[in-house]
Write a protein that binds this ligand. Structure first.
Ligand code: 13P
Ligand code: SF4
Length: 329
């Protein structure tokens, strides 16, 4: 699926509803967080827009009593685990990241039996149950640093087989991957990238690490979603083919002014389930509150906090360049 600049028309927002939501959020002291893939109208109401790591940190650090998370289930759950005092609201509880429900707790336990000396590193795109049986979590922004930080030579990495393959390029540790994948990134093909390259031969190609290995091989840089903003700003190229969900283009267009962006990925349907109307309902009725079992939350907090601590020590640029990808180790 190709998205070009020409196809994109200026969105028309319901300004009245946006004002009403901002007003209620300010009156009630609600922190509204939104993932980079959210719809343009959700960008209008968010206090902070970011990738999974940035939003997890924001949720952990806030003093507000309520966090309204415009994103998918595992992100709201992560916010609740890291800030259990806060009331966390997810405007559509059915907004479920499909990958987060693949290769989970059971896979982790079975792999642990097979590889008793290995640590379990789980991507944050997992359920709370899976985090609870993991040694440490990671996001796309810090996966390499997190794997390098564990003091064993074998790592069970789940659920994303593509992120596992990407990380294994940069470590001597043995990575034991699970079989999960993201249906949006896994569907990006060599053909779709090449046909966009034919339309825009001057453009650099930037991929998310959830893409397949053959797509990573084609990339000029591999980044977390927010890492893409930093790379496209730093890079001299003036146009970019973006190998991630097209919601990312609005963040890039607003923060990297004067450059052009084209997406080769399809839409993440769960991310788009959050609407302004659902946000208002959530704020006015308290619906969509995240409730997790206390013991499960406590078990899942340790691997998340460990990740956040390691990320502070091992600063990540959150992107790797073509040369680094080619060179690998
Ligand atoms: P980021 O942490 O890079 O935002 O990725 C989250 C995600 O779900 C990508 O599909
Ligand atoms: Fe999950 Fe893929 Fe959507 Fe990211 S893009 S939230 S991994 S389904």
């Amino acid at each position: 699926m190709l998205h070009t600049d020409e196809e994109i028309t200026e969105p028309v927002f319901n300004q009245e509803l946006i004002r009403e939501i901002r007003e209620i959020a300010e009156r009630q002291g609600v922190l509204i967080l939104a993932h980079n893939y959210q719809s343009p109208e959700i960008y209008q109401i968010a206090e902070k827009i970011g990738d999974s790591l940035e939003l997890a940190r924001a949720a952990q650090e806030t003093d507000e009593e309520t966090i309204l998370f415009c994103g998918v289930d595992f992100m709201a759950d992560t916010a609740k685990i890291l800030n259990p005092q806060a009331r966390v609201l997810l405007p559509d509880p059915q907004a479920r990241c499909t990958m987060a429900h693949m290769a989970g707790e059971q896979a982790a336990l079975e792999l642990r039996l097979q590889y008793p000396d290995a640590d379990v590193v789980s991507y944050v795109n997992t359920t709370t149950e899976t985090k609870a049986v993991s040694d440490i979590c990671c996001t796309s922004a810090n996966a390499i640093e997190i794997v390098e930080s564990v003091d064993v030579d074998q790592v069970i990495f789940l659920p994303d087989r593509n992120l596992a393959a990407y990380v294994s390029r940069f470590t001597k540790k043995e990575i034991i991957p699970a079989a999960g994948y993201c249906y949006v990134h896994d569907a990006i093909t060599i053909e779709s990238v090449n046909s966009m390259k034919r339309l825009h031969p001057e453009a650099a190609f930037v991929a998310h690490p959830e893409c397949r290995p053959e797509i990573i091989d084609m990339a000029d840089a591999v980044c977390s979603t927010s890492g893409m903003t930093r790379f496209c700003r730093d890079e001299p190229a003036s146009s970019f083919i973006i190998g991630t969900e097209p919601g990312m283009l609005q963040r890039l267009r607003s923060e990297v002014v004067g450059k052009k962006f084209f997406s080769v990925a399809g839409v993440c349907a769960p991310m788009k389930q959050v609407t302004l109307e659902k946000v208002r309902t959530c704020l006015t009725t308290g619906s969509g509150e995240v409730f997790l079992k206390q013991s499960l939350m406590d078990a899942a907090r340790a691997p998340l906090e460990r990740m956040i601590e390691i990320s502070k020590i091992r600063q990540s640029r959150s992107y790797t360049t073509r040369d680094e990808i080619r060179k690998g180790l």
